[in-house]
Design a protein around this ligand. Structure first.
Ligand SMILES: NC(=O)c1ccc[n+]([C@@H]2O[C@H](COP(=O)([O-])OP(=O)(O)OC[C@H]3O[C@@H](n4cnc5c(N)ncnc54)[C@H](OP(=O)(O)O)[C@@H]3O)[C@@H](O)[C@H]2O)c1
Length: 338
């Protein structure tokens, strides 16, 4: 039995209000060999997702996180050893090791990654958030050429890709972000047609000015106040893609609302539809092929936000909930394998 030194970040208590760094603890520990049907993996890039915070609230697609556990999270990892599983040491896999340098994971809970280009792209544009943007926009939102598409959290991992896909389809794309700098960036570097700041006191008027013909598709990453401002501007038979509700994650009790549901849905015959990216797992390879082709052709710009060191993970998560990221936030725990 080999014992390797490990470092782990525990969630020491569930937040009752806003998430704080004091609710996490970095510890030194050791990790043993994988058992039958298990892999020992080394975390390379740890994904930082608003969902990490939602998992602490419960009421999601997975069990509520408990105090004292290693903080949960997905990652790109290098296989160190495989016990009875047909995967070679050195391979890259997508899995859920949690916030730690090494983890033992079941071999049937990993996805092998055929690395093409930059490894980080397999976490951003070709990873979960890129795939979420792809399937959410094309399979749920189904924008058409000339339609107006609004995307919230538009400078974030999912929104930046979702907005660009709508633009590639030929829609007029309006982004909503929380800062004027982000708005300048999405207009200049991602070719959004217009951008609105959700911190404005006249959000609805700003949105109306940016969408003079109304809104055909709203790709909703945030819920709350932005969704409420969008609803009266939706056109008849418009589609609202319920991707996430990040405005509601960092508290003990999500706000009720928004006003306008179901009234606006009825009057305008809107389709408001939620989805999980995992619903489309059988189509991921095809989606990744298209996303990679758009990147290679220079039609889809990739925004990444890489923070160094496992110990930075709590701050990185608290920051993403406050909007301090541009593009896909991840934490580098180890250098890319050579
Ligand atoms: N359905 C699925 O299968 C699926 C899969 C992955 C992710 N998601 C969801 O997709 C959404 C985006 O996730 P992501 O990983 O791409 O994160 P992200 O957009 O990179 O980061 C979150 C962004 O949300 C914005 N935000 C935070 N609080 C806000 C508020 N109160 N009002 C408006 N905007 C706020 C911030 O940007 P600003 O500066 O613009 O405020 C922040 O940068 C999340 O809701 C997530 O849960 C869903």
């Amino acid at each position: 039995m080999t014992e390797r030194p490990n470092r782990q970040i525990l969630l020491v208590e569930r937040p009752r209000g806003k998430l704080e760094e004091s609710q996490f603890k970095l510890i030194d520990s050791t990790i043993g060999d994988p058992g039958p049907g298990e892999l020992l993996v080394r975390t390379v890039l740890l994904s930082i997702d608003p969902a990490n915070r939602a998992w602490m609230q419960g009421r999601t697609y997975r069990e509520q996180l408990g105090a004292g556990e290693v903080m949960a999270g997905g990652a790109l990892c290098e296989v160190v050893a495989a016990n009875g599983a047909p995967i070679a040491p050195g391979s890259i896999v997508q899995c859920e090791p949690g916030w730690q340098e090494y983890a033992v994971v079941p071999a049937n809970r990993i996805l092998p990654v055929a690395v093409r280009g930059a490894l980080s792209h397999h976490m951003s544009v070709l990873g979960i958030t890129g795939l979420t943007a792809y399937h959410g926009m094309l399979d749920v939102g189904r924008p058409k050429k000339g339609e107006t598409v609004v995307v919230s959290a538009a400078a974030g991992a999912t929104g930046s890709v979702a907005g660009q896909i709508a633009r590639i389809i030929g829609a007029r794309v309006v982004g909503v972000t929380g800062s004027d700098d982000k708005n300048r960036l999405i207009e200049r570097d991602l070719s959004f047609d217009a951008a609105v700041n959700h911190r404005s006191d006249k959000l609805r008027e700003d949105l109306a000015a940016a969408c003079p013909n109304g809104i055909d598709v709203y790709f909703d990453n945030v819920g709350g106040r932005v969704l409420e401002a969008v609803l009266p501007l939706m056109r008849t038979h418009g589609r609202i893609v319920c991707c996430g509700a990040v405005s509601q994650y960092d508290s003990a009790t999500p706000a009720p609302g928004p006003a306008g549901v179901p009234g606006q849905l009825i009057v305008k015959r809107l389709r408001m539809e939620g989805f999980l990216v995992s619903d489309y797992i059988g189509e991921w390879a095809e989606a990744q092929g298209q996303l990679a082709a758009w990147v290679a052709a220079g039609e889809l710009a990739v925004l990444e936000d890489i923070v160094e060191g496992l110990e930075s993970a709590p701050r990185a998560l608290i920051g993403i909930l406050a909007g301090d990221n541009v593009g896909k936030r991840m934490v580098r725990v180890a250098p890319d394998p050579t």
